[in-house]
Design a protein around this ligand. Structure first.
Ligand SMILES: Cc1cc2nc3c(=O)[nH]c(=O)nc-3n(C[C@H](O)[C@H](O)[C@H](O)COP(=O)(O)OP(=O)(O)OC[C@H]3O[C@@H](n4cnc5c(N)ncnc54)[C@H](O)[C@@H]3O)c2cc1C
Length: 429
């Protein structure tokens, strides 16, 4: 169900539009950014919010939303303008994704997997070192992927996780690509592969291992494997607590031939990105920034007696409710502040302080969204957590944020503690 904001800015087709999470003047966004982010917000509020309950209930992929993302140009949000995308930078994408997450968590999270294929191969790769010939080859190859997305609405996913230490960055991916004439033969398994059975291309992280070689993280390849290729299959069911519309089933690759043109990044560039552009792993957080805002928005409207479909009973006059709202607002502003700073300073070769801040921002958004949703349930009360209203879905979706590798809440704590106390190379021996 669509819930109207008590703080609104404009109307569109009779819908009172919510104010942006990040006010363009207060957060110094330029006109182009403001327009792209507003486009996402309007689509999220006027269309996606109304569909979110059904996707969640049926654990069904939001196919209709993807048609709308294509129609509005948002499927190509991070594709450079010379390839006919919207040319959004990292910060613009993150702010737009937060607005989508505010209205449908599963759409925002899966859209992130899709957008990363273009963000990482696009503006992020432009910041990395490549010799001229490699850059030319990358330019030629990425043009093929971008054309498919812009012209045909092709959807990409990003299966990393394998159930071992690889997705956390500890060891090489177990999914292996054996070099053969004209490409590779890929074998392996990816768990929690959002968009499984729905993406047109799976952006698979795997390790290139030639005969007699041992697997190394340096040889990670990022390959867009067409979903219809022989040897690709989707197995297992999907009936989780939250983020049910992501349809994150298991993907199997059995002797799959993948042509050289399928590379989303040239050899060695993914490893370089992981080392030099760590904010690439912060892109799962915008969804949860949006969910934090959604829980807060709902609470304000509910306590004011303004949620459509519920009796216009006001509950705002009780001091305990006011204190809860104050706590939620403080928490929301804390998340917004650190998260905005982190997505704004994302770039190559960040300082140690910036990397620690990125972990802290991820932790704050992932855990904070759930804390705000928990407070929202407690203070709005029993009637507010019925499945006819969005709050209980927001609560369940928000619980999933802390589990997202490679920067789970636990791993963020682990890294902040260690990296704050030790300089590179330091030991206690
Ligand atoms: C809704 C949803 C959608 C997802 N979509 C995708 C997707 O599209 N692509 C994708 O690749 N993955 C996806 N994932 C998977 C996700 O990123 C994790 O890989 C997955 O949740 C890990 O589950 P696990 O039980 O195997 O965790 P485990 O690997 O068993 O880890 C459990 C916990 O232990 C901790 N841990 C793990 N390794 C270490 C370590 N080395 N040091 C210290 N602590 C550690 C972490 O906190 C982790 O949360 C999705 C997950 C969810 C819930």
């Amino acid at each position: 169900m669509t819930v109207q904001a008590s703080k609104s800015v404009a109307t569109m087709n009779g819908i009172v539009l919510d104010a942006p999470i990040f006010d363009p003047n207060a957060f110094r966004l330029n006109d182009e950014q403001t327009e792209i982010i507003a486009r996402a917000r309007q689509l999220g509020q006027s269309v996606f919010a109304g569909r979110a309950a059904a996707y969640d209930r049926e654990a069904r992929f939001p196919t209709e939303n993807y048609r709308d993302l294509h129609r509005t140009g948002l499927l190509g949000i991070a594709i450079p303008k010379k390839h006919r995308g919207l040319g959004a930078n990292y910060q613009t994408y993150a702010l737009a994704a937060a607005e989508i997450g505010r209205y449908c968590g599963a759409t925002a999270l899966t859209w992130n997997m899709h957008v990363c294929s273009t963000l990482w191969s696009g503006p992020l790769a432009d910041d990395l070192d490549m010799d001229a010939a490699t850059r030319d080859e990358h330019e030629r190859r990425r043009a093929v992927h971008y054309k498919r997305i812009v012209d045909d609405g092709a959807v990409y996913s990003q299966p990393f996780s394998e159930g071992g230490a690889a997705a956390a960055g500890g060891v090489a991916f177990g999914t292996e690509a054996k070099p053969v004439k004209g490409g590779w033969i890929v074998n392996g398994k990816k768990i929690f592969a959002s968009l499984a059975g729905h993406a047109d291309y799976y952006g698979v992280l795997c390790t290139e291992v030639a005969e007699g070689e041992t697997a190394s993280r340096r040889n990670t390849l990022y390959l867009a494997i067409a979903a219809k290729t022989d040897g690709v299959s989707v197995v297992g069911d999907w009936d989780p607590l939250g983020m049910r519309g992501t349809v994150s089933r298991t993907l199997l690759f059995k002797d799959v031939f993948v042509p050289e043109e399928a590379a989303l990044m040239p050899r060695g560039v993914y490893f370089q990105a992981a080392m030099r552009w760590p904010h690439m792993f912060l892109t799962l957080s915008p969804t949860y920034m949006g969910l934090a805002q959604a829980a807060y928005d709902f609470t304000l409207r509910y306590l004011r007696g303004e949620v459509p479909g519920t009796p216009p009973v006001k509950r705002r006059m009780y001091p305990t409710k006011q204190i809860a709202v104050a706590q939620m607002q403080i928490k929301l502003e804390q998340i917004k502040a650190i998260w905005f700073q982190a997505v704004t300073e994302a770039g190559p070769s960040p300082s140690k302080e910036q990397v620690l801040r990125a972990y802290a921002a991820q932790y704050s958004a992932m855990e904070g969204a759930n804390e705000i949703a928990t407070l929202a349930i407690r203070t709005c009360g029993g009637q507010a957590m019925l499945k006819s209203l969005p709050l209980e879905r927001i609560y369940r979706d928000s619980r999933c944020g802390a589990l997202m590798l490679p920067w789970t809440a636990e791993l963020c704590l682990d890294r902040i503690g260690r990296e704050a106390l030790y300089e590179t190379g330091e030991t206690d021996d």
